[in-house]
Each structure stands twice: as structure tokens, then as C-alpha cells.
Ligand binder design. Structure first.
Ligand SMILES: O=C1O[C@H](COP(=O)(O)O)[C@@H](O)[C@H](O)[C@H]1O
Length: 258
């Protein structure tokens, strides 16, 4: 697993713009190297703002959108089209504006599919297994970029502190009793997150400062601090605004943009 690098931007708006530019560059590089790329989306405030900035970027069509697999780190278990679904936010902000191949948009199904949360998680786990290649050495693809938002409680995806999903080794799981509404969710598990080539944790706002500090502390464990387990195989980035970076110890290296 890689050691996190921290990059701090002026504010949430600049953060979303800068992450959007990074996503575009990383996808273009991956597609140049191997023809296609994979991107895992997150919900949440900065996550969706980043997608809107990708859509607004003049460089957005440098990405070959049809040669991209799109996955989600988590989903709120709500019917298709519900405004609280991460999928709905992602479609509105980005996917409705670019020429994606629907067959490569891997949504986590909601209750309108007729599936229970467990069945939906199992179906997603199966889809991940089918997409994994032998060189991934895992029951899920080694995603090029896996984006994660983070809550003030340090949750990432729908992995909340101390909850059973944090011990699960299946690729995807149903989460019940989420402390953040809605209570039922589907989430990738920690081994799948840690199997991604690059994990980028994106956070903004003073309410996240304590969680950011804990997520970067050497002595935090992922059961109490799920974001402390958010590490990629090759690269981990914590992409922050100044407010969320305010409690990081001065001794921890970081790059600050103007
Ligand atoms: O519920 C969720 O929350 C987190 C963080 O959201 P934010 O609004 O505090 O940025 C998000 O990463 C996750 O995907 C989502 O389902």
C-alpha cells in the first residue's frame, strides 16, 4: 500500500476544479497506455462538484468516454432517479453530458430493481468479479482511480466507524443502520478500495479537519477511522481545501497551491 501525499488547495471551489483536472489527465494517461481506463465515483458535496467541473472543463473530451468503465464506491439504497442517489447526482453533473457507453456504467441497483440490499450487493460483487483480470490478483478490478469523499466521522464510501462492513472481505456489501441517512446503502469493501491503483480522498470544510488528521495519523486503524484504510496500491492522494487541512501536523509534508 502507498503512503499518502497531501495536496492543499485554497477552497472547495478550487479543490473541485483541481481534482477535475487531475481526473482528466489521469484517465487520458491510462487510456494512452492501455486503451481503456476505469474510474470509481463518489457521492457527497465535493465528489459531485468535481464531476460538474469535469463536465465544464474544455479538456473533458480529451477523455475517450466510451472506453471508460465507471463504478461507484457506494450507493444509497434508493430507487433509480431518487435525487439522493449518488448515481443521480453523477448523471446530472457529468454522465448526461458525455458520450459514455451505458454498458460500462456499473450502477449499484436500488430497491426498484426488485432486489434486496443484500442481493444488490451480491450482484455488484459478481459484476466486479467478472470485470477483474488475472493480473489484478483480486476479485475486483485494480481501478485506475478510485475517488472517495469523507464524512466528519471519517467514513469513506459507506464504511462507517465500527460497523460490520469494515470486517467484510466480499467485494461489495449491504450496509444497514448507517448513521448518515439513508440507513440502507451498498458499499465497496476495504480490500477492494485498497486494490485500486490510485485512491484519492477528496475533502473540504472545517468539519472534516479532525477526520483528516486522524486519517493521516500513523496510529489510526480503519475500524475506528475508515479513511485511515483508504490507501491505493500505487498511489494515495489526500486532496484537501485549507479548512479541512487545518489540523494536519506541521511535520507532515504537503504541497499547497495558491
Ligand atoms: O453519504 C455519503 O457521504 C460521503 C461524504 O459526503 P460529503 O457531502 O460530506 O462530502 C460520500 O463520500 C459518500 O459517497 C456518500 O454516500
Amino acid at each position: 500500500m502507498s503512503v499518502p501525499n497531501v495536496v492543499v488547495h485554497r477552497d472547495a471551489d478550487m479543490l473541485a476544479k483541481a481534482v477535475a483536472a487531475r481526473v482528466i489527465t489521469r484517465l487520458v494517461d491510462a487510456q494512452s497506455a492501455k486503451g481503456s481506463a476505469s474510474l470509481v465515483l463518489t457521492g457527497g458535496t465535493v465528489g459531485i462538484a468535481t464531476l460538474a467541473e469535469i463536465a465544464a472543463s474544455p479538456a473533458r473530451d480529451a477523455v475517450d468516454w466510451r472506453n471508460l468503465d465507471i463504478w461507484w464506491g457506494d450507493e444509497r439504497f434508493l430507487p433509480s432517479g431518487d435525487p439522493e442517489r449518488n448515481e443521480t447526482g453523477a448523471r446530472k453533473a457529468l454522465l448526461d453530458h458525455v458520450d459514455v457507453d451505458e454498458a460500462r456504467v456499473h450502477v449499484m441497483r436500488g430497491p426498484d430493481s426488485g432486489m434486496s440490499a443484500e442481493e444488490s450487493a451480491d450482484a455488484y460483487a459478481e459484476e466486479l468479479r467478472r470485470a477483474a483480470r488475472p493480473e489484478d490478483h483480486a476479485p475486483a478490478p485494480a481501478f485506475d482511480v478510485l475517488l472517495l469523499g469523507m464524512g466528519p466521522d471519517a467514513h469513506v464510501a459507506s464504511l462507517f466507524p465500527e460497523m460490520p462492513a469494515l470486517y467484510d472481505t466480499r467485494p461489495a456489501v449491504a450496509v444497514h443502520g448507517s448513521p448518515k441517512p439513508p440507513p440502507t446503502r451498498i458499499s465497496l469493501t476495504m480490500p477492494v478500495i485498497q486494490g485500486a491503483r490510485e485512491v484519492w480522498v477528496v475533502a473540504a470544510g472545517a468539519d472534516k479537519a479532525g477526520a483528516v488528521r486522524l486519517a493521516l495519523a500513523d496510529d489510526s486503524g480503519p475500524v475506528q477511522v475508515p479513511a485511515a484504510g483508504a490507501r491505493g496500491r500505487q498511489r494515495t492522494l489526500f486532496l484537501l481545501d485549507r479548512a479541512s487541512a487545518a489540523k494536519i501536523p506541521a511535520s507532515l509534508g504537503r504541497i499547497s497551491s495558491p
